[in-house]
Design a protein around this ligand. Structure first.
Ligand code: BGC
Length: 349
């Protein structure tokens, strides 16, 4: 904080001399990768909002490379960043570099993904990840009408990256919704693979999800066994599952869930290959991070609405949880196109 107070003092002095004051407050924004559409939107939204308000922004993407993200953060600190906004790759790998940030008095906002095992993180903003999972699991329960339908249904389960704290929350939410039906025998997991460690997908990778689905099909679905649903934690893993099913000659697709509402996914929803995705409006999350920055710069406490869900191994990080909603064939147009998130051309051309 020392450094920030200094920064604000400089700003006040410079402002007195008639120079654009806020240009002096530097925000380092570290994003995990450009390979997933959402992070490009997140980064672009934060940068645009901050620049509109006169901040200087150093936005970096780390190609899912943990060492690269660490060195980008080191450079931001050396370059005089006043506040850091970080969507981590490996949530537990930033302790050392953030200890330096803390020493320098630089507040750290964990963006979308919690930063683990450090007291150097100041605030966290994300969408309610447990709720994301519950909505995915409940979608399957409703789509298969498990309360009323006769017979049993087969399901396979995928989870996200084990180094991303979000993955466990999403998995736990999803599993909580389908668990009663697995216990009653209404839902069957032919592979028997349900534990997080077994169904996790390192780096949320499309290729890894595809490879695992290839194995599941080869081992369990070559005969008459039908596959009715695949609980997928996000769009990149869902895409791997869809590629695998298409490669294996599936023409009718099971219920497949997702998260992010990527353009490719919306196209798959329209084509009947994916059933739903969770819409986490990156404009809302970016605006929340910017509101946190503004509060810190003004010496106020940022608004938070959760202090008991996100324990990072050291403490419960003060969090602002945004609310996810789901998109499917029935509401995607209104939600995503009428809502101005995508243009019709992006989806239909
Ligand atoms: C995010 C998801 C995203 C996934 C893969 C998670 O931390 O919450 O929105 O799909 O990472 O990048």
């Amino acid at each position: 904080m020392k450094r920030l107070v200094l920064g604000v003092l400089v700003v006040i002095l410079v402002f007195g001399c008639g120079v654009n004051a806020l240009a002096k407050v530097k925000i380092g924004v570290a994003m995990p990768t450009q390979s997933l559409q959402r992070w490009n939107q997140d980064g672009a939204n934060i940068k645009a909002l901050l620049e509109e308000k006169g901040y200087e922004v150093d936005l970096q993407y780390a190609n899912n490379d943990v060492a690269l993200q660490v060195s980008q953060l080191e450079n931001m600190i050396l370059g005089g960043a006043d506040i850091l906004v970080i969507a981590s790759i490996d949530g537990s790998a930033l302790g050392t570099v953030l200890a330096v940030a803390k020493e320098e008095g630089i507040p750290v906002i964990a963006y979308d993904r919690l930063i683990m095992e450090t007291d150097a993180v100041s605030y966290f903003t994300t969408f309610d990840n447990y709720m994301v999972g519950v909505m995915q699991g409940q979608y399957i329960v409703d789509a298969l009408d498990l309360e009323n339908a006769e017979g049993t249904f087969n399901i396979e389960i995928f989870a996200g990256s084990p180094d991303d704290n979000n993955a466990l929350h999403v998995y736990s939410g999803g599993f909580s919704a389908i668990k009663p039906y697995i216990e009653s025998g209404k839902l069957v997991v032919p592979s028997g693979q349900t534990a997080f460690e077994i169904v996790a997908t390192p780096q949320w990778s499309t290729e890894r999800a595809q490879a695992r689905m290839d194995n599941l099909i080869a081992a369990n679905y070559t005969g008459d066994t039908e596959l009715h649903a695949v609980l997928c934690p996000n769009d990149s893993t869902a895409l791997g599952v869809i590629n695998s099913l298409a490669g294996a000659g599936f023409e009718e697709f099971p219920i497949i869930t997702g998260q992010d509402c990527d353009i490719a996914t919306v196209k798959n929803i329209i084509a009947g290959r994916q059933s739903m995705s969770i819409f986490k409006d990156t404009r809302i999350l970016a605006a929340r991070a910017v509101a946190m920055i503004e509060a810190i710069v003004n010496g106020e406490e940022p608004e938070i609405n959760d202090t008991e869900s996100y324990f990072n191994g050291i403490f419960y990080v003060p969090t602002y949880l945004c609310e996810p909603v789901f998109a499917d064939i029935d509401n995607y147009y209104e939600l995503l196109i009428d809502g101005g998130y995508y243009t019709p051309e992006q989806i239909f051309d």
